[in-house]
Design a protein around this ligand. Structure first.
Ligand code: COA
Length: 161
């Protein structure tokens, strides 16, 4: 069974050891540094619920992937409501194409719908490099649709929550 876990002292070294194509996703040490900075800034601004939230993706007690999400006002994508943004998703090369990415995404969408910290997003958004077939298929299989927008040369997709 796939579950999401917060990043802790127990799992962070396993998260750092995960590998996926750096052409497609930033390395996890960079993402965890971003999460730290984001949390510090959000706390300083009195809005800790707007910080990036990193998760370990765990299958039967093995850390197989990493995800990072945040809640935003959706200004970057001209959204007419608050959004749940998937900032990172990666499954370790040794564990790809076993259904873990899709299972983790379904759990992340459940998390968004659970209104954590009072956040009540209207849409889930993410983006990916146009040539990234794995990302394209994973998001499409959960109901994300192309918006026609490009953000930092990436295809933007959206799902109504
Ligand atoms: C994209 C990624 C997270 C998908 O996770 P995964 O566990 O490998 O994917 P799953 O096994 O859950 O497959 C989900 C769907 O995508 C398809 N898929 C996955 N990888 C694929 C690939 N490389 N090419 C084509 N289809 C692919 C599967 O067939 C499946 O389709 P289905 O639901 O129609 O059967 C993973 O491959 C990854 O980490 N890639 C590198 C980093 C990356 O691209 N991250 C996303 C950045 S936006």
């Amino acid at each position: 069974m796939v579950i999401l876990q917060p990043i802790t002292e127990e799992n962070f070294e396993e998260v750092l050891a995960l590998k996926a194509s750096e052409d497609l996703v930033a390395p996890n040490h960079e993402s965890l540094a971003e999460a730290y900075i984001s949390l510090k800034e959000a706390v300083d601004e009195g809005e800790p619920h707007l910080a990036e939230i990193p998760f370990a993706i765990v299958h039967d007690e093995t850390v197989v992937g990493f995800a990072m999400v945040c809640f935003e006002d959706g200004e970057d994508v001209n959204s007419d409501g608050d959004i749940f943004w998937l900032s990172r998703l990666m499954i370790d090369e040794a564990h790809q194409r076993k259904g873990y990415g899709k299972a983790a995404m379904a759990l992340l969408l459940d998390f968004a719908r659970s209104k954590p910290n009072g956040c009540e997003p209207k849409y889930a958004y993410t983006s990916y490099a146009p040539e990234n077939q794995g990302a394209s298929k994973t998001y499409a299989s959960l109901g994300y649709e192309k918006t026609g927008q490009m953000l930092h040369s990436e295809e933007v997709v959206r799902l109504i929550l």
